[in-house]
Write a protein that binds this ligand. Structure first.
Ligand code: BGC
Length: 915
């Protein structure tokens, strides 16, 4: 077959498209290859990086002949995680890069279109600006005031500072960059327009250890003559309410927000100038009377100083700012994706309640806020409350918010207005709007969906409508909770980066969306939060809690980096986390010389929220995770070139595995505790001696039977339950659990109308109503960890054990249960991989699509594997045992890129309807 050369495209640096701030050590490049035909592969590549000082005199563009790095032709199929290896990169410098690739026949492609990156400023020396703020004394939580009832919230909430500075541009501008961060949240304005489209920036880090900043290209916002750079600040995670119990973070990080910004203006004729945050700035307040992530936001339009962020505004009444020298906390270019408004949802319905309030239903539980058109004339006081669910009377159910208020208020200024908050976040499907003048038309209100801007990567569809809804719910749960850090829930007074939830959901998260940069950022937070003992924290950022070391929570510090490497193929994340990971391993070993992890379990949440039965012994669960860590560490050490350490971790694994087998595995393959989770962990983590695996798998199936085909796993067991069943002969049981109705089951939530995944299986029941208001989120992603099973097993989009970054797949679909077809895809770093299958009568058909530079062993389960044929009529290269069912077989085909179709007799018992 004739084939044009491959074309490299979709260039990424540090997992991002043309990032404006990347640390020199994190310039890691990747590309995808496009090209027709089959079995296409990259045999080599060449990367060039050249200085490209955008808009400098004459703008010559990158001079490729004077590249700062030319890799030369590298014989390799790698197309991700290519580390920069050229001359030192200049801090703040702009570079262009391009790549060309040699294909399987050694023909070379054209050079790709260039991509760019800009290097972050020196974390200390690159900054000349000072922190500025308002310098008001703000009330923290304190004793009740003597003169009336104490409302710590009202006392703490303060108007948002507005800051401005004028400057002059007296020459034509070639390029301008705004480097900015805040302690708190900022919205930057330049000549009346918003700079950048990030919201809730700079996001959440432990501000005592690391502060992220953003870089915006603001060239188009400057104008000749007078210009104004402005900012609105809010408390956010820095000095607002965060975590449990309505506590302001103020006592932890700081008490009032501050701004740090530098605007670099480069002139067309050469030369540059900086506008910095300094004592020249002026401060006042405006319409935003308070803004808080948990509590909500209040605007009084009449108080807005119109035109404050443009020139020719009279700022004589504004105060001078309080200036503070920078301290030694490093300022790093934000490695994660910004939080943005990613979608708008119209109201599905707006109804009036008996009290005259409007209840808007957006048909989807989401995280964000409302945008509301309020007509004039006259002043309206509109109040918006938000909730995930309604109570039996059709009113908002807000008991589960605990002390979070999620309430916004807008006092309009007399004319028509658009009411929209900026510095808060609500978890809701419903909103109650009171004080609205007249009738509220449904098209006057929309929900703005807000989260870290993680691009969709996965798709899944099947013949079961309810399962498609579950899939959507899992993705919405991720969207609602990936807000700068992976949080447990977006509505109540918690919203914390729990490690246990993150590790169990990490693989699902990667399949659903491109989370490489998101997790790279959060892993820095995890390392920052590590306890001096080496124990990984329970939550990151850690607040002022020294909770650390909980099994299945702390283990996230090893599992998440490993998962990111496996999914995206760049071992740099492993190198970066290596010291933290080894400190964790030493911490556990120090406390547990007998190789069972029975001590130093911290807060041990065990198999959190296991329905009915939490009978899994903590030391079993903890030891299984420790063994798993050791196995992953052996792999991690090996892939990062640490041979001796890899051997050490293999030896450690053997010791834990032996102790585990001695302590917990019976001669008949029974595992102590006899819970589903105990079997799942022992089998998934490979802790059952080979000769007993089959027996143990049988006991797991018996445990499922004993529970009448229901799951009894909590957050920890839930992730591997269906994968383990499906790979140890229990595929039918996996489908039985998947399809189970009633409590507890995934389907139960869907049947109750859920549009996200609930924290608890029984968040609401007909007999009892709501679960305890104290802990009952309707948007918690942990139980959605079943998502990875849909991709890896139902679709069969699984990597070969030795593969990282989807170079080599084992496409092994697992048809079963009520499904007659399923199809879906995953946008891997090498391009989209797709699988779709259907059963028609006695025929099973599978279609697989792979991008260039990806190969797969395709496994087609069949009652007669020898009779399975590819589209050209070719038979399988071999026949193997199908792990999903004892005695069943699969036909094996080896394929490369292109579209491939296979058809053959269906597995016995899987016959579907004709047509
Ligand atoms: C959170 C969980 C978390 C757990 C730890 C809860 O309050 O919502 O998701 O993992 O605490 O026990």
């Amino acid at each position: 077959m004739s084939s044009a050369p491959l074309t490299p495209a979709d260039l990424r640096c540090a997992y991002r498209v043309n990032p404006l701030g990347v640390a020199p050590g994190q310039v890691r490049l990747s590309w995808q290859l496009h090209g027709p035909g089959r079995n296409r592969a990259q045999s080599g590549y060449q990367v060039q990086v050249a200085v490209d000082e955008a808009g400098q005199a004459m703008d010559p563009g990158p001079d490729w002949d004077r590249a700062v790095w030319d890799s030369g032709r590298v014989r390799s199929s790698d197309s991700a995680g290519i580390g920069y290896a050229g001359q030192d990169l200049r801090r703040g410098g702009r570079y262009a890069w391009r790549v060309r690739a040699w294909d399987e026949r050694e023909s070379v492609s054209q050079w790709s279109d260039p991509a760019w990156f800009e290097v972050e400023l020196d974390p200390a020396a690159g900054w000349r600006a000072s922190w500025i703020g308002q310098g008001w004394q703000r009330a923290l939580n304190g004793p009740p005031a003597e003169d009336g009832p104490f409302d710590p919230v009202a006392r703490a909430l303060q108007p948002a500072p507005y800051l401005r500075r004028e400057f002059t541009v007296d020459r034509p501008v070639a390029a301008a960059r705004l480097y900015v961060t805040a302690l708190g949240l900022y919205e930057m304005r330049l000549n009346g327009a918003r700079a950048g489209d990030a919201v809730l920036a700079p996001g959440w880090t432990d501000y005592r250890q690391r502060i992220a900043y953003q870089t915006y290209d603001v060239t188009g916002l400057l104008r000749p003559g007078s210009n104004v750079l402005g900012a609105i600040l809010a408390d956010g995670w820095y000095s607002g309410f965060i975590g449990f119990d309505a506590k302001r973070a103020g006592g932890l990080y700081g008490t009032e927000p501050e701004l740090l910004a530098q605007l670099l203006v480069r002139f067309a004729g050469g030369g540059e100038t900086w506008v910095l945050t300094d004592s020249e700035w002026r401060v006042s307040s405006g319409a935003i009377r308070h803004a808080d992530l948990l509590m909500g936001e209040r605007h009084e339009q009449a108080l807005e100083p119109e035109g404050w962020d443009r020139p020719d505004f009279d700022a004589r009444g504004w105060s001078t700012v309080v200036r503070r020298d920078r301290d030694s906390v490093p300022l790093v270019a934000d490695p994660g994706p910004p939080v943005r408004v990613t979608q708008e949802l119209p109201a599905r319905s707006v109804q009036r309640d008996a009290a005259g309030r409007f209840i808007a239903d957006f048909g989807q539980n989401l995280t964000g806020w409302l945008r509301l058109q309020v007509p004039g004339p006259g002043t309206a006081c509109v109040r918006i409350r938000h909730a995930e669910v309604l109570d039996g009377d059709g009113a908002l159910y807000t008991d589960n918010l605990r002390t979070a208020r999620q309430t916004d208020e807008f006092v309009t200024g007399g004319g028509p207005a658009v009411a929209e908050p900026r510095f808060t976040l609500h978890g809701f499907r419903y909103a109650e709007i009171s004080g609205y003048p007249g009738e509220l038309p449904a098209d006057a209100v929309t929900a703005r969906v807000v989260h870290s801007d993680i691009a969709p990567a996965g798709a899944f569809e099947s013949s079961a409508g309810w399962l498609n809804q579950l899939f959507a719910n899992i993705d919405w749960g991720q969207r609602g909770n990936f807000i700068s850090v992976p949080t447990d829930c977006p509505q109540r007074d918690e919203r914390l980066g729990w490690l246990g939830d993150a590790q169990i959901f990490a693989r699902t998260a990667c399949y659903n969306r491109d989370v490489a940069a998101f997790f790279a950022k959060w892993l820095d937070d995890v390392a920052d939060a590590q306890h001096p003992s080496g124990a990984f924290p329970d939550i990151a950022p850690r607040l002022n809690l020294d909770w650390a070391g909980a099994p299945a929570w702390g283990d996230a510090g090893v599992i998440v980096p490993w998962t990111i490497w496996k999914m995206y193929g760049d071992p740099a994340v492993l190198d970066r986390m290596y010291p933290a990971m080894t400190a964790w391993m030493e911490f556990i070993e120090r406390g547990n010389p007998g190789y069972l992890r029975a001590r130093e379990l911290g807060n041990c949440y065990n198999d959190w929220l296991a329905p009915g039965d939490d009978g899994t012994a903590p030391e079993l669960l903890a030891s299984a995770y420790w063994a798993y860590d050791a196995a992953l560490m052996a792999e991690i050490a090996e892939v990062t070139g640490r041979e001796a350490e890899a051997a050490g971790y293999r030896a450690l694994w053997s010791k834990i595995a032996t102790a585990f087998a001695d302590g917990f595995v019976g001669g008949d393959g029974r595992i102590a505790c006899d819970t589903q989770t105990a079997y799942v962990l022992a089998l998934h983590m490979n802790l059952v001696p080979d000769e007993l695996r089959e027996a143990a798998a049988g006991w797991l199936r018996a445990a499922v039977d004993r529970a009448d085909g229901r799951l009894t796993t909590g957050f920890v067991g839930v992730g591997y339950l269906l994968p383990v069943l499906s790979s140890t002969g229990g595929l039918a049981d996996a489908y039985r659990l998947l399809g189970a109705e009633g409590l507890p089951s995934w389907r139960y939530m869907v049947d109750q109308g859920a549009t996200t995944v609930w924290e608890r299986w029984d968040g609401w029941t007909a007999d009892r109503g709501f679960q305890s208001a104290w802990m009952n989120s309707f948007n918690h992603y942990a139980l959605g960890a079943v998502g990875e099973w849909l991709y890896r097993f139902v679709l069969g989009l699984e990597q070969a054990p030795e593969s990282a970054g989807f170079g080599r797949l084992v496409v092994r679909p697992h048809p079963g249960g009520e499904l007659t077809w399923a199809r879906g895809s995953y946008q891997s770093v090498r391009g989209p991989v797709c699988s779709g299958w259907s059963v028609s009568g006695e025929r099973f058909t599978l279609r697989v699509e792979l991008p260039p530079n990806v190969t797969a062993s395709v496994r087609v389960p069949s009652a007669d594997p020898g009779a399975v044929r590819d589209a050209a009529g070719g038979g399988p290269s071999s026949v193997a045992g199908f792990p999903g069912r004892a005695g069943a077989q699969e036909a094996v085909f080896e394929v490369g890129s292109g579209t491939h179709e296979f058809t053959g007799p269906v597995l016995a018992g899987q016959e579907g309807q004709d047509g």
